[in-house]
Ligand binder design. Structure first.
Ligand SMILES: *[C@@H]1O[C@H](CO)[C@@H](O)[C@H](O)[C@H]1NC(C)=O
Ligand SMILES: *[C@@H]1O[C@H](CO)[C@@H](O)[C@H](O)[C@H]1NC(C)=O
Ligand SMILES: *[C@@H]1O[C@H](CO)[C@@H](O)[C@H](O)[C@H]1NC(C)=O
Ligand SMILES: *[C@@H]1O[C@H](CO)[C@@H](O)[C@H](O)[C@H]1NC(C)=O
Length: 333
């Protein structure tokens, strides 16, 4: 199964991996190629691959998959070598984030399972030892004290240890909140709806270097943006998502582009990321059209070379897209 998709995707490799929309004068041509050698053996993908996280600091890639009687978390090197796996305390993974610093290697998982480890956000070390559980294991809910989740979708952890969580993926809650590194709630937006600061399936979250929090508000077909210190609403983008809402949001390492996945359209969009200040309106720079039914769910970007890893729930694999040299040349100019 997995190989079929590699081939289906590989056939159009040179032509389709990036359908480049022409840019204005001086804009870099942003091109990616599929790395068909990642991972070395796709046989490790035995389940449905929902999410992927890159630990750029240590050159590791974590993949979480769902299914019965199989490893749930797979650890690879950036070069595609399989290192290890675990399933202890992982029920039904939805989102994953690698939060390594020079002092600690860690990986966080949002778990939407209804078993005894479900409805939680969990922190593991790089070997799969559970070191922190947020939420009330096995019990979904809307409470804040003690904290409860229902289908927590994803999280983003800053190097400072501050945590942003979106909860969730079609459960009881439609919330975005920020926790300090000692898990104190700093601010929260928690209303279901279509107005500013309200959500309908907040599915993915990321933070930029200008201090803004970007949320894929999937059911509302928009991205909402907040000040990371105050939680103040800074605006929304909806004009790029008339066909389908965004599933995943991550920035390129230079912060110039926001990469967004659209699940059912099986495509990735590269959007121009506005510098500090007003977010303006949304502008598509490039489109990466994947094969039909690949269904990109969540993605992550490596901070060193800017490779994009995409967790595909239709193709049941994670694929790696590497920026072409022209992009780096333009970065240096
Ligand atoms: C955990 O993974 C092992 C293989 O690594 C598998 O044999 C076992 O059935 C899995 N357990 C569960 C509960 O999925
Ligand atoms: C828990 O989830 C499983 C699989 O998604 C489902 O079959 C089962 O009915 C659920 N149980 C409860 C109590 O919701
Ligand atoms: C949120 O509002 C939408 C639209 O009114 C509704 O379909 C959905 O069930 C609501 N979700 C929750 C968790 O109340
Ligand atoms: C994708 O399609 C499925 C099946 O039609 C639907 O249930 C789901 O809501 C769609 N997801 C998005 C993000 O549009």
């Amino acid at each position: 199964m997995a190989r079929f998709w590699v081939c289906a995707a590989g056939a159009g490799f040179f032509l389709t991996f990036l359908v480049l929309h022409s840019c204005f004068c001086g804009s870099p041509n942003i091109l990616y190629r599929l790395d068909v050698g990642w991972p070395k053996y796709s046989e490790h993908f035995t389940g449905t691959t929902f999410c992927v996280a890159v630990d750029s600091f240590n050159g590791l890639v974590y993949v979480a998959q769902r299914g019965d009687n199989m490893p749930k978390v797979l650890v690879f090197t950036e070069d595609g070598y399989f290192l290890r796996a675990w399933n202890y305390t992982v029920d039904t993974p939805h989102g994953i984030f690698a939060a390594s610093t020079p002092y600690e290697r860690s990986v966080w998982i949002t778990d939407i399972g209804n078993g005894s480890y479900g409805h939680t956000v969990k922190k593991y070390n790089s070997f799969g030892d559970l070191v922190q559980v947020l939420g009330t294991p096995g019990k979904k809910g809307t409470d804040l004290n003690p904290l409860q989740f229902d289908n927590p979708a994803e999280l983003y952890v800053e190097d400072t240890g501050d945590i942003y969580i979106v909860d969730g993926d079609g459960g009881l809650n439609n919330r975005l909140f920020k926790l300090s590194q000692d898990f104190t709630m700093l601010w929260l937006h928690g209303e279901n709806g279509t107005g500013p600061t309200q959500f309908n399936i907040p599915h993915s979250v990321t933070v930029d270097s200008a201090g803004r929090v970007w949320v894929a508000d999937r059911g509302n077909k928009r991205i909402q943006v907040f000040d990371k210190d105050t939680g103040e609403w800074l605006g929304a983008w909806d004009n790029c998502f008339t066909e389908e809402g965004p599933s995943s949001v991550r920035f390129t390492p230079d912060g110039k582009y926001l990469i967004v996945a659209q699940l059912n359209l099986s495509r990735l969009l590269l959007l121009e990321a506005p510098p500090v200040g007003s977010i303006g309106s949304c502008s598509v720079v490039s489109t990466i059209q994947l094969a039909d039914q690949v269904l990109p769910h969540l993605l992550d970007v490596d901070r060193k070379i800017g490779a994009i890893y995409v967790a595909e729930i239709g193709a049941k694999q994670v694929q790696k897209y590497v920026p072409l040299k022209s992009y780096f040349l333009s970065l240096g100019s």
